[in-house]
Design a protein around this ligand. Structure first.
Ligand code: HEM
Length: 98
């Protein structure tokens, strides 16, 4: 809810990765994926590094495209997630390193 708050974000429901281009422009307490303060996530740096490695590995092997009629539906639990997962078609790409 914090990350979709219209008072804190311009067009918060839109997918705009460029809004994170300048981390200094983001209010310290408007974006808290790993919480903040004394109970902040101790795995934050590891999680980000892991996510980049997983994405880079997947994207070097597959091209992903959306499946028509299966748009992800955001559901608020404790965190926001896609109901029933995110459905994509994965097409193998030629591995340049083989
Ligand atoms: C994308 C991945 C992750 C997200 C979004 C995330 C998010 C969070 C959040 C929001 C909290 C604070 C919970 C609270 O306020 O009580 C937290 C705490 C914590 N996280 Fe993560 N986390 C992630 C990955 C990890 C990983 C990979 C590790 C360990 C290797 C980890 C270890 C912990 C621990 C130990 C705490 C408790 C810290 C404390 O209470 O002192 N997290 N995490």
């Amino acid at each position: 809810m914090l990350h979709r708050n219209h008072l804190l974000w311009n067009d918060p429901d839109a997918f705009k990765p460029e809004r994170f281009a300048d981390p200094k422009a983001i209010d310290r307490f408007a974006y808290l994926p790993f919480s903040a303060g004394s109970r902040v996530c101790i795995g934050a740096s590891f999680a980000i590094q892991e996510a980049v490695i997983i994405l880079a590995t997947l994207l070097s092997h597959f091209e992903f495209t959306a499946i028509s009629g299966r748009d992800p539906k955001p559901v608020m639990i404790l965190t926001l997630r896609a109901e029933g997962g995110v459905w994509l078609t994965a097409k193998p790409v030629m591995d340049r390193f083989d």
